[in-house]
Design a protein around this ligand. Sequence first.
Ligand SMILES: Nc1nc2c(ncn2[C@@H]2O[C@H](COP(=O)(O)OP(=O)(O)OP(=O)(O)O)[C@@H](O)[C@H]2O)c(=O)[nH]1
Ligand SMILES: [Mg+2]
Length: 196
Amino acid sequence: MYYQQDNYPLQTKEQHIKLVFVGASATGKTSIIQRFVYGVFSELPTTLSLALEKLQLERNNYNIHLQLWDTAGQERFDAITPTYYRSCQAIAIVCSGDQRDSLAKAQFWYHQVRQYADENVQIALIYNKIDLMECELSDSILNQLTQQYQIPLFKTSAKTGEGIESTIQSIVDSCQVNENDSKQELVKIQRGRCCQ
Ligand SMILES: Nc1nc2c(ncn2[C@@H]2O[C@H](COP(=O)(O)OP(=O)(O)OP(=O)(O)O)[C@@H](O)[C@H]2O)c(=O)[nH]1
Ligand SMILES: [Mg+2]
């Protein structure tokens, strides 16, 4: 419960946000989520089934129940992934400079999301591994794609943490019902994890 200065209880609104991460294998989906939720970066096995992180976030008068759905990027799982789009508010499509085909794969995911997800779903492109010196994907190619699809582009490094909080914060913002609320830092107050 949150109180205003005059001690009248402030009405807290609840919001549920399901954010699904898709993208080619080894672009860093799991690493981004682990960095955001636990603040760590470590070598992880490839994802072979859906992993789900649950967080409760406090933001202004909102109690946000955020679910981060981590999908398997290997092609053999491509047919399963759309089943996770059901009732999701946002989808983050991840690509990275060291995965040569990951932008083409991002285009594939974009069209699949448009086909299977709710038409109001928020879609974002995340370009991960910006700490790497050699990047296969130029800014102009990335901007061209995001302009064409009219989706925002975020740049992150799960390794250094750069852009991780602000990216997820922006995606959560885009799902917020009341756009007039002033911005505050997300405060993580609860965590939970499960797998399927
Ligand atoms: N340099 C660098 N390496 C990263 C970064 N993010 C992830 N990696 C590495 O990239 C590899 C793949 O990372 P994952 O997070 O497992 O990738 P994923 O997209 O979840 O892959 P799948 O589970 O197979 O779909 C691992 O070796 C990570 O350590 C980053 O920001 N910078
Ligand atoms: Mg993974």
